[in-house]
Design a protein around this ligand. Sequence first.
Ligand code: TRP
Length: 444
Amino acid sequence: MSEKRATFASKIGVVAAAAGSAVGLGNIWRFPSQTADGGGAIFIMVYIGCILFFGIPLMVSEFLVGRASRANTAGAYRKLAPATQWKWVGRLGVLTGFVIMGFYMVVCGWTLVYFFQSLSGHLYGVTDFSANFTDLQNNPAKQIVWMIIFTLLTAFFILFGVKKGIERSAKIMMPLLFLLLLVLAIRAVTLDNAVQGLDFLFKPDLSHVKSTVFLDAMGQAFFSLSLGMGCMITYGSYFNDNTPLVKTSVQVSILDTLVAVLAGVVIFPSAFALTTNPGTIVDDLVAGGPGLLFITLPELFNQMAGSMIWSALFFCLLALAALTSTISLMEVVTVYLHEEYRISRRKSTLLATVGVIILGTFSSFSSSFFNILDVSSAKIMLPVGGLFISLFVGWYLDQKLVYVQLTNNGRLNFGTGFLKTYIILLRYVAPLAILAIFIYGLAG
Ligand code: TRP
């Protein structure tokens, strides 16, 4: 392309944008419901293992492929592996982006509904928070309207371009969300019986382990870190030559994991302390369900003075955290269409928007369609994408190029031990573990 590609403006901007992509509903909505479903502490331990052993190395790899090619996901493979079939991995990533947005935007819509219900006082006029959530689930028209609003909002930021739209929003909102979660965590753990919730989160209990815990945790790790579809390839393509890839990956992964665990510390103690059925709470949690966040949190806010204000603030920040994630997802699709088919950015955004709205409409009507999109993206498409990126960087790419990217052309110093570990993780550990977990999980 002759046209000059954009880059992120500042160091903080790099981390903020990548963390903005990673931190979203995956941490605050999906992580707690997966943890509940996976039986608590054991799930979290496996999850953290996945972050360390393939999350971080794969994020470095995606950044590296992005910056080395300065292209969209499919373009990146086309440039680095010309005249091969690798471009299909990039295309799979674009498809995965659509699939994820197809249900994610619906949940984004829910956050807006809850924001306005908090503001209007409706939410704290109801007595049964579970019924309030069921009402929303049984109202596809309402879900569709808010899903469309959220999709258009995302498209609006995409049209503003890389620097202004993405960076600015991420830099302000993320620290605020983090602070608010901290306040809520303190409130939650000081409730009576909160300690049972902390036990559930941190004390391993083998009686609730599922055979699919590895696949579930791995899928969640990919989902939460925005890995396996080329989202971080696309963001890496906006990095400049001085962006430290390893450091950025570690920082983003730490932040992302902190937010997820913090969300758990808010939700589980609240769920245990505020349940009306203490006898069946663990089973209720294991039965999980996407409602956890939208039922338990309003119950927590209800315990606090100024519930409306806390609640409105929380759902507003949550919507913004989700927005920085949907922006990253839509960016992948848009820049792919723009660069590969030479469609204008405007038209590419329009195409992506229409596609997402169609999928989102189906998801709003049918919770099983919603689940199919959720499960097939997190547990199939992302791990497959992750497997291929580890093979691509570990085996296909010229190791000199890998070295140049990791060290910013020799300017950063890593011990040889570190570089070797990275290569071993990428060549052997990540692909074999992903493959094993994948096969074992699908069979189980
Ligand atoms: N990671 C985001 C979240 O946790 C969602 C997301 C954004 C994503 N981009 C992605 C998930 C790319 C998978 C792949 O909410």
